[in-house]
Design a protein around this ligand. Structure first.
Ligand SMILES: [Mn+2]
Length: 245
């Protein structure tokens, strides 16, 4: 086993995902890729991202955008596509993803867990985050997929108002997450947010851990393990509201 390379929200940016694999010198069969979810939507080539993830044997957690198209796919599988179109409302953007993905690619997304524990790195990977008042294992799906902040009443919230949940999480595990492109890189004592908005024309970021290396508690030491590649272009306007972010 080689390095563990944890990659931020790819969001259909297949070219940049490929750029990142080259940039870190990804060695197939040696290194391990772990994606923080939201493989699909916003960017130009969701199917290409899923195919690349499959091809490099990536592990990944499910993101809220992955879950959105999966909810349509599960309904279509069980009740037919016409029923799914009526019952599961998709934005135009998500509809395009649902039409682009093959059954095999949907099957890959459907197999993604909500959380991946990598005890050799003292690391948990989730898409959005956790409710710091609970153990990660007892957090509900909605929190893991959408949380951003803790509101004034102490509740986990998907809004940007309030305290970033990552500032309230006191470990003991280090959590690496995505989902919050607007806050960009987040480096807290026990949490690292690596959604740096590639689909909006910023960067695709990764945390690169040597075999068996615990995620450093020290922020500067952790920052040295981060690397990124620039977006080839802005694929999606910032704040383009298309449902769940
Ligand atoms: Mn997300």
């Amino acid at each position: 086993m080689g390095r563990t390379i944890v990659v931020g929200d790819v969001h259909g940016c297949a070219l940049e995902f490929d750029d990142l694999l080259r940039h870190v010198g990804f060695a197939a069969g040696v290194d391990r890729i772990v994606l923080v979810g939201d493989l699909v939507a916003r960017g130009p080539d969701s199917a290409g991202v899923v195919e690349l993830a499959r091809a490099c044997g990536a592990l990944a957690v499910r993101g809220n955008h992955d879950e959105k198209v999966l909810s349509w796919w599960r309904h279509a599988r069980d009740h037919g596509k016409r029923s799914a179109d009526r019952k599961v409302k998709l934005s135009e953007r998500h509809r395009a993803v649902a039409e682009a993905l093959t059954e095999r690619q949907f099957g890959f997304l459907a197999g993604l867990p909500l959380m991946i524990a990598l005890p050799e790195h003292e690391l948990l990977v989730v898409h959005a985050g956790v409710d710091p008042a609970k153990s990660p294992a007892s957090c509900d799906e909605d929190t893991l997929l959408t949380v951003r902040s803790i509101d004034d009443a102490g509740r986990a919230s998907r809004k940007l108002t309030g305290t970033p949940w990552a500032q309230r999480w006191l470990g003991p595990q280090q959590i690496v997450f995505g989902h919050d492109a607007r806050r960009n890189l987040q480096l807290e004592d026990f949490a690292t947010g690596i959604d740096t908005g590639c689909c909006y024309g910023r960067q695709l970021t990764a945390l690169v851990l040597a075999e068996g290396q615990p995620v450093p508690r020290d922020r500067a030491a952790r920052a040295r393990l981060l690397t990124n590649v620039p977006a080839r272009q802005a694929w999606c306007p910032t704040g383009s509201g298309d449902g769940p972010e």
